[in-house]
Design a protein around this ligand. Structure first.
Ligand code: PHE
Length: 458
């Protein structure tokens, strides 16, 4: 029994791949991956992150797309209907709720950081970085930017408005062509940055060693949890974003091939960003553990010294803002589809309600970087930005993996074998059985292992 989505369908499998890649590739790859790698000591962290992508991320992504395509609604109603359909408790809808809530919390601070990226387009274009020193770019960021809540608020507001405009119009129009041109350009520009990093002599090798030589004594269980959370965050998993996009996917598209393409693109962008950034950090005697400002102080330094730096710098932040935009759209979409389905609201009204509420919560993150900043330690890492850090840890390290755990459990233990086999379209092949083995045993066990270790239970 195939359902149809009341919100429409993608024009092709490609449109879905592009939109899902647009959702996956974002601040998580370019802003977050380098800074948390820096905070957690490098190599060993990267290795655990890659392992999580393979063992947890890919199987969960397949499960999420599959559930979405079978349910064809917002995550909440999809989980409800799929549970009832297979004779289980309708309370599975709470899993959808967990996701919608996570999306709302993530978007609130995501939009603030995306606002930084927007602001940095103009800073680059004005030539503010030309010839700058390490101290110069740092004070430009910390004292002349982060310290001013009204500036951050302005950019946060602009970014939230941009996100709301697209979601209100329906995500399927426009997203496709935007992603088609912008993603490859972003990729090329990252290669240019890697080229610049290579010109840093010694520091390039130092950067590579930092990222790829595992030193397990630098990694705590907190770091492992952060790496696992990042695997969910970067692939947009565990909160229904990919589920909603899957719900617009046609029945003929191959879920497994699509998943591999998205995961490969996403992982390459993150690794390239790291390879571009760490050599700059080492060449200028900066700290890899500088926290959320890492790319906003290291990259401007590179742009300030490379030929064509004003152009490359502006273009880079334009593309980063676009990448963030295509991700934020997917964070808002699950909430909006649910409002539309449940209260028969118009898309535009639903977007306004959800967007304004998210914007309001974002204001708290704006102040986390200045007036309301406070410090605390999380698993051995010093966090300096109060509520922003708390929201990030709560969503990325707890809510997303928890969502992923239940998605895996539902797909493997509750949904019938016939249903998942039929939906994945892999027949009774090796690939299907491998997937099922992973989501049934390996993925849940891995997530539980990390949680229990973190809590000190094992
Ligand atoms: N994957 C996005 C990024 O890396 C963030 C995101 C998380 C988007 C969860 C949707 C859902 O920036």
């Amino acid at each position: 029994m195939a359902r149809k989505s009341m919100h429409g369908e993608w024009s092709s499998r490609w449109a879905f791949v592009l939109a899902a890649t647009g959702s996956a590739v974002g601040l998580g790859n370019i802003w977050k991956f380098p800074y948390i790698t820096g905070e957690n000591g490098g190599g060993a962290f990267v290795l655990v992150y890659l392992a999580c992508i393979i063992v947890i991320g890919i199987p969960v992504m397949m499960a999420e797309i599959m559930l979405g395509r079978r349910g064809r609604q917002s995550p909440i109603n999809t989980m409800h209907d799929l549970a009832v359909e297979s004779g289980h408790n309708p309370n599975w809808k709470w899993l959808g709720w967990l996701g919608v809530l996570a999306g709302f919390l993530i978007l609130s601070y995501y939009s603030v950081i995306a606002g930084w990226s927007l602001a940095y387009v103009f800073r680059s274009a004005s030539g503010a970085f030309t010839g700058a020193t390490a101290d110069g770019v740092e004070s430009l960021f910390l004292e002349r930017f982060l310290a001013h809540p009204e500036t951050l608020l302005f950019w946060h507001t602009l970014f939230m408005a941009m996100t709301m405009i697209i979601v209100a119009r329906g995500v399927k129009s426009g997203l496709e062509s935007a992603v088609k041109f912008l993603m490859p350009t972003l990729f090329l520009l990252l290669l240019v940055m890697v080229g610049y990093a290579m010109s840093q002599g010694e520091a390039f090798t130092q950067g590579l060693e930092f990222m790829f030589r595992p030193n397990f004594s630098a990694l705590t269980w907190g770091g492992v949890l952060t790496a696992m959370g990042q695997a969910f965050f970067t692939l947009s998993l565990g909160m229904g974003a990919i589920m909603v996009y899957g719900s617009y996917l046609s029945h003929t598209a191959s879920i497994s091939r699509t998943t591999f393409a998205i995961a490969a693109a996403d992982t390459s962008v993150a690794l390239l960003a790291g390879i571009a950034i760490f050599p700059i950090i080492f060449a200028n005697n900066m700290e890899p553990s500088a926290g959320p400002g890492l790319i906003f102080i290291s990259l401007p330094l590179a742009f300030g010294h490379m030929p064509g730096g004003v152009l490359f710098g502006s273009l880079f932040f334009v593309l980063l803002s676009f990448a963030a935009w295509t991700s934020s759209i997917s964070l808002l979409e699950p909430v909006v589809t649910w409002l539309v389905e449940t209260f028969s609201l118009r898309r535009i009204t639903a977007t306004l309600y959800a967007g304004i509420l998210t914007w309001l919560l974002g204001v708290v993150s704006v102040f986390s970087f200045n007036d309301w900043a406070f410090e605390f330690e999380f698993a051995g890492v010093l966090k300096e930005n109060g509520v922003f850090d708390i929201l990030d840890i709560l969503t990325t390290n707890i809510m997303l993996p928890l969502g992923g755990l239940f998605i895996a459990i539902f797909a493997a233990w509750f949904m019938s074998r016939e249903a998942s086999r039929d939906e994945l379209g892999l027949g009774d092949s090796m690939r299907y059985n491998l997937w099922r083995f992973l989501v049934k045993f390996v993925t849940p066990a891995a997530i539980l292992l990390v949680f229990l270790n973190m809590l000190g239970i094992i």
